[in-house]
Design a protein around this ligand. Sequence first.
Ligand SMILES: O=P(O)(O)OC[C@H]1O[C@@](CO)(OP(=O)(O)O)[C@@H](O)[C@@H]1O
Length: 694
Amino acid sequence: MGAGASRNAEGGSHGGEEREESLDQAGGQLYVSLKMENYKKKGDIIPHVYGSVPLVGSWDSSKALSMERESASMWELSFVVPPNHETLDFKFLLKPKYGYTPCIVEEGPNRLLTGGTLQGDARLALFKLDNEEVLEYRVFIKADKVSPFDLAASWRAYQDNLRPSTVRGIPDVSINAVPETGRENGSSASLELDLEHYVVPAPSISANSGLVYAANLAENPRSLVITGVSVDRPATIKEMEIVIPDPSKIYSGSGMVESKSVGTFSPLQKQDSHRGLFVDRGVGSPRLVKSASATTFSFDLKLDSETKNSMPAAAGAVAAAAVADQMLGPKEDRHLAIVLTADFFRADNPEGMEARNEVAALAMDDMTAWMQEGGQVGIFDATNSSRSRRNMLMKMAEGKCKIIFLETICNDERIIERNIRLKIQQSPDYAEEPDFEAGLRDFRNRLANYEKVYEPVEEGSYIKMIDMVSGHGGQIQVNNISGYLPGRIVFFLVNTHLTPRPILLTRHGESRHNVRGRIGGDSVLSDTGEIYAKKLANFVEKRLKSERAASIWTSTLQRTILTASPILGFPKIQWRALDEINAGVCDGMTYEEIKKNMLEEYESRKKDKLRYRYPRGESYLDVIQRLEPVIIELERQRAPVVVISHQAVLRALYAYFADRPLKEIPHIEVPLHTIIEIQMGVTGVQEKRYKLMD
Ligand SMILES: O=P(O)(O)OC[C@H]1O[C@@](CO)(OP(=O)(O)O)[C@@H](O)[C@@H]1O
């Protein structure tokens, strides 16, 4: 493992107190490595470990952790002790390879690890067999304080070397191999083969079930979906966009993030009644509307401007950056626009050109008006492939917003071909074209027309993303970009992609605190919660059976870790950022108790649940802010992720993907024992819910 204060069975310390303390502060955890050595051949007996924490069976020998054979004579087991368990009592026991009995517990007192130090000096484990024979094992115990980064690095090393790690239990990063004997889920926990059986409609308030959020309709070029003009096929496709921030609107005197919103503006939205308002899930944006006629469009903008005093759905990442920008960045960069390029009318069609410029100007006007009302980052979604068009936009933006052009270039014929096909299949542009081949011809002609007028961006501030779609290699060029928020936008763009993959969100199984109506805390699962954990494992096994690269993310609280524990065969990663909202002084209380003993607090929360911060705890806005790295990491992942977290946290995450307004977040329904599947991909974001328990 990586750096860390290390103590071995001899009680020697390999790291100073100072180092240990700094690891504690960095969220270090105790990584325990146990080895047992015995040269006598006892192949039918397997050493196990059981002890005082749920990870090692809570003194239930049937839940003891089995050690792995490291060599002919050596057995090994590694695990990470939950941060809340300062002390770990444990013992070794022997179990037969087949069946549970006899189960022979080692002689002598319990072994005790306190704060990383082993008490006592028991370097032998003695087991009395039935025939009075004593079986002797040499014991090696090592306890290291490790940071989550060390654990993540160990997982990466595992991936690089394709060598199964023996780390098990509940580390920040762990891998549970699927045992040869298969799962031991009880029958009450097994699921139907057909997962569709468990599908339930999303609650009406979320209103997004079955609805496609038109996020990034095609990887390249996004804006081509808005056109209906015929031309030839180019070898490369290019596009650009602009973003506009207004940090002045996002920072209130109270020190909280007050507002931030991101919008996507397409010139064609003004004239094409088929088109929906684009939603860029990555940065939050105006709400999706199914029909974006001029009226709907302005109505939608109005909706957004009404929320100008609130940050839009889970835009914590950008908001944090914008707050910093406000404090640290240049004051003149009030607004920022990202402009898409790649035109759709023929250059030799003067009427078309005029109409096109007119709608572009109208959309730009809309965007700047929206900014005046509180909008911060706007995405001007058009092709803008000629210098003259870009000049026009820059002139219009003068004194109103800062423009960053975003040009994406794709030289990969296969990706272009895939996108063209997706476009014909899924875009409303071709909804009324029954002949797929005719659609293809039309679109290829259109692309050829873009090529004729295309002039690479070489002016102003720009970001060029070259061949970055596949996730392998590629290049990003950044010119004349400064300020915290533009920097964060670059960071976001580098990490985001449209590879289709599901994200499964679920709360932990019912906890004992849930049963008693107590908030927060770190209780274990109720019996019902344990059944859910098994059903979830069953579900994940079926749903992700061919997805070996998938991973399971939990918080650092027991109820999520225990919910994840029956899931086998996938790496598990703990995130402190996924911990439940910190209820501060109210932690462990029921809502009734808060009302009775702290009426003012109760009322304040009721009045403004989003901004209310528990004394010595957190607000929803705080939770949203701390989710930034999780969101970026979820955007970056190309394989499925199962996120097992908590009510408040999942409300915020869900709102980000479903593009729900900020003010709704604290009230979004995220029931227990329900899986929300978010399907990410080139056609936007789709949602499906599964309810595993009645
Ligand atoms: O913001 P509210 O609606 O109080 O919901 C958050 C609460 O949900 C709870 C359950 O009441 O979350 P969870 O069980 O998912 O960890 C509390 O721990 C938490 O304080």
